[in-house]
Design a protein around this ligand. Structure first.
Ligand code: ADP
Length: 354
């Protein structure tokens, strides 16, 4: 009897914050080990890596800290990894925090005052810092100082505390939500894009070697084709295929066993997960192919629109299953074909896609 696919959970696979606890837990340590440690170990993102290499070497030559850097792009593409690498290449410590963790100005001030010269402060999900924290962060980035206000009203007094010359590295999956003043304070802005199948195949092979898993070229390619161009997904799927192979086969990953394991995970041949397919099915079946707003799709799926915008949409847009028009999301002909759903006659010919 064929085994029923269970859902490969995109949200599970994208859980972040691993670095903070990397020493505490074996599983997290394994994740940590898969991260490249140096620029030369990085696969893909060639232009980004090359430009960082030049900026780092120039800063070292001048014996100056690096400009502030903003990494933007969908989750799992290597923003945190690159922040860690930059700190390592600059031979400095890295302090990790995130937008939602910085609730009050004091949270930021206590981190900033502990950062030493040339060190890196990494703020993940920087688009989520509250306005009040941003108002402290902007001058800290520009003038390397923070104004601390004591007392309120007529008794209020400001005290300027000088900071060491540090490098801020911000990571965001939603660059559009960053305010202009904050954005303008980054000297280096780099966009990470989805990796090619060839690059992800290399990443799968590298991870397999670290995990001491035997895999052949076709097996690695099969995992890569279904990994949404995303290293984090590739590593996650590799581990699921490893489990399957160890239980059902001789432990060596080849193409057929990778296909069977990933089918069981609910990941199809194009890398679409159950959530991706449900997303497209909602547009097609409930809203006649669209256009439909993201909130309506989220309500029907009982998911948060933010999750859909960050985890689901970028890949569907990139692969041409979805388009965004001025009036909402629309499923494309490719989406109908992939899901084996016949569009009504004239469905595509009488609509303009803008
Ligand atoms: P993000 O911060 O963008 O969500 P991460 O930096 O956490 O992504 O990367 C997710 C995982 O992908 C890491 O654990 C790492 O193992 C892997 N990874 C990221 N970039 C690369 C790369 N260039 N080469 C190999 N593996 C990578």
């Amino acid at each position: 009897m064929p085994e029923k696919p269970h859902s490969f959970n995109l949200k599970e696979a994208f859980k972040t914050g691993l670095e903070n606890n990397a020493e505490d837990d074996g599983f997290l340590k394994e994740e940590w080990n898969l991260r490249p440690q140096r620029l030369k170990e990085c696969i893909g993102q060639k232009q980004v890596i090359e430009s960082l290499d030049i900026a780092i070497r120039a800063a070292k030559k001048r014996k100056e800290p690096l400009d502030h850097i903003l990494f933007q792009g969908p989750p799992g593409l290597g923003k945190t990894t690159l922040a860690n690498i930059v700190a390592k290449e600059m031979e400095g410590r890295i302090h990790h925090t995130s937008g939602p963790a910085l609730e009050k100005g004091g949270d930021l001030v206590s981190i900033l005052t502990s950062v030493e010269i040339g060190e890196v402060l990494f703020i993940d999900e920087i688009h989520r810092i509250p306005k009040i924290v941003e108002e402290l962060l902007c001058p800290a980035m520009e003038d390397f100082a923070v104004d601390i206000i004591f007392d309120k009203g007529a008794n209020a007094r400001a005290y300027r505390s000088r900071l060491e010359w540090f490098t801020l590295i911000g990571a965001t999956t939603r660059p559009g939500l960053l305010s202009r003043p904050l954005r303008e304070r980054f000297g280096i802005v780099r966009e990470l894009t989805f990796y090619s199948v060839k690059e992800i195949t290399q990443i799968v092979k590298r991870s397999a070697a670290i995990l001491q898993v035997v895999i052949d070229d076709m097996g690695a390619q099969e995992i890569s084709r279904r990994s949404r161009g995303t290293p984090r997904v590739a590593n996650h799927l590799l581990k699921r295929v490893r489990d399957y192979t160890q239980v059902k086969e001789d432990g060596k990953i080849k193409k057929p066993v990778a296909s069977a394991a990933l089918q069981l995970e609910g990941v199809d041949t194009e890398g679409l997960t159950i959530l991706d397919r449900r997303f497209l099915e909602v547009i097609i079946n409930y809203y006649k192919g669209g256009p439909v707003g993201i909130e309506a799709i989220a309500a029907t799926l009982q998911e948060e629109s933010e999750t859909l915008e960050e985890l689901v949409e970028p890949f569907l847009l990139k692969k041409g299953y979805l388009i965004r028009t001025s009036s909402g999301r629309r499923a494309t002909e490719k989406a109908f074909a992939h899901l084996n759903i016949l569009p009504q006659t004239g469905f595509f010919s009488d609509r303009t896609f803008i």
